[in-house]
Design a protein around this ligand. Structure first.
Ligand code: GTP
Ligand code: MG
Length: 369
């Protein structure tokens, strides 16, 4: 086999040269466009590089047919040609593969996006924080979930997984319980519920302290419960009174401390309150937070109230909403466990000890799957 390359201006010139050089039996095996190098890119010419081959070299001279062996030159040309063909085949394969995959990939992406959008809307409606929604996206991609599998069952499994991993419940049996939180979330009502169930059902000696002398009627509200339950109540207006109140309730099995509802935005007021709490030595501090608070504020409350060193949550007003995203939101921003949930105004019945199963039931609801 003899193979030769020709650099020509057009195919006519190539044919003429090949015929003259290799004879009538030669065939063209490849052709490609090349640019002849010019001066700084100027005066570049378009040329064609043609490779032709023949079984034997026929030189028409004096009627003699002369056969030559393969020379070094032809071997190099053959290698070059084979490599060139391989490169072209590889390129073509990649192009064809890309063309075949592209529409399918685009369609799949769009369908996944549509499916995710429905679920995103659902998560937003449930008032999940952006951090939870982003986590759901990551969960789907890590699990390599196909388009047809991205549905409510996947969302259910994601929430189940995150509830198991993140949500913590705990009911401490400490002697002093302090309740802090924003205004009107149900601190005093929660105290009334715990006081009545502990004194009436569990026969404990319960004492109440209120440092809420700020709001008109706040002391009265708690005093009414104390009278009904026939338990002692101490009203505290300064640090010395707090110390004395603790001494007077020394024989109680359980002391419940009510505080003034404060905005999480008012750092000065939170600081003042914290100083009162520092006077109480051994205590559990509960951050009381309402489920009706929108998620962005809820997260701010969870974070801002950290300055009060709370160690547990109580979620209230579970009965007043259908969006329970905050149950999980809290645990994306805090490690603190939840002790109780409040599900209505009735004292003491509308109070439940938190369990993971119960919280998940609220979060998912019955009808979403
Ligand atoms: N629906 C419903 N209402 C509740 C719940 N907990 C408390 N409430 C009501 O919410 C209102 C405020 O409750 P409080 O216990 O006074 O709230 P607070 O946190 O002590 O309020 P401040 O002392 O003003 O900060 C009252 O009308 C309660 O009956 C609950 O779980 N569900
Ligand atoms: Mg109150």
């Amino acid at each position: 086999m003899i193979i030769r390359n020709y650099l020509v201006n057009d195919m006519y010139e190539a044919m003429m040269k090949i015929k003259q050089d290799l004879g009538n039996n030669a065939v063209i095996v490849s052709k490609r466009n090349v640019r002849q190098k010019g001066f700084f890119g100027f005066f570049r010419r378009r040329l064609i590089e043609v490779t032709a081959a023949t079984e034997s070299l026929e030189i028409q001279g004096k009627g003699i047919r002369k056969r030559t062996d393969e020379s070094e030159e032809t071997k190099i040309a053959a290698e070059k040609m084979t490599q060139g063909i391989r490169d072209e085949v590889r390129e073509l394969r990649e192009i064809v593969k890309g063309l075949a995959e592209k529409p399918e990939r685009e369609v799949r992406q769009k369908q996944v996006t549509d499916a995710n959008k429905d679920l995103h809307d659902m998560l937003i409606e449930m008032d999940f924080n952006k951090k939870v929604i982003d986590d759901f996206d990551t969960y789907c991609s890590v699990k390599k979930i196909d388009r047809e599998d991205v549905n409510r069952i996947v969302l259910y499994e994601f929430l189940k997984d995150r509830f198991n991993e993140k949500v913590k419940v705990d009911l401490p049996r400490g002697r002093t319980m302090v309740f802090v939180g924003p205004t009107g979330v149900g601190k005093t009502t929660t105290i009334a519920k715990i006081a009545s169930s502990e004194s009436l059902i569990h026969q404990k000696k319960v004492g109440l302290i209120t440092i809420d002398t700020y709001r008109i009627g706040a002391v009265e509200q708690l005093r009414i419960y104390a009278n009904i339950l026939d338990i002692p109540i101490e009203v505290v207006a300064n640090h010395e009174e707090m110390r004395r109140a603790m001494e007077r309730l020394d024989d109680c099995d359980l002391i419940l401390v009510d505080t003034t509802g404060r905005s999480h935005k008012n750092e000065r007021q939170l600081d003042e309150m914290k100083k009162y709490l520092d006077d109480i030595e051994e205590k559990n501090v509960y951050c009381v937070a309402s489920m009706t608070t929108k998620n962005s504020d809820f997260i701010r409350i969870v974070k801002s109230y950290e300055c009060m060193d709370y160690d547990h949550f109580i979620f209230t007003k579970m009965d007043e909403t259908q969006s329970y995203g905050n149950i999980l939101n809290a645990f994306y921003f805090s490690e603190k466990p939840v002790s109780y949930i409040s599900v209505g105004q009735v004292v003491p019945d509308d109070m439940k000890i938190a369990t993971k199963e119960l919280l998940f039931k609220y979060a998912w609801g019955e009808s979403k799957i």
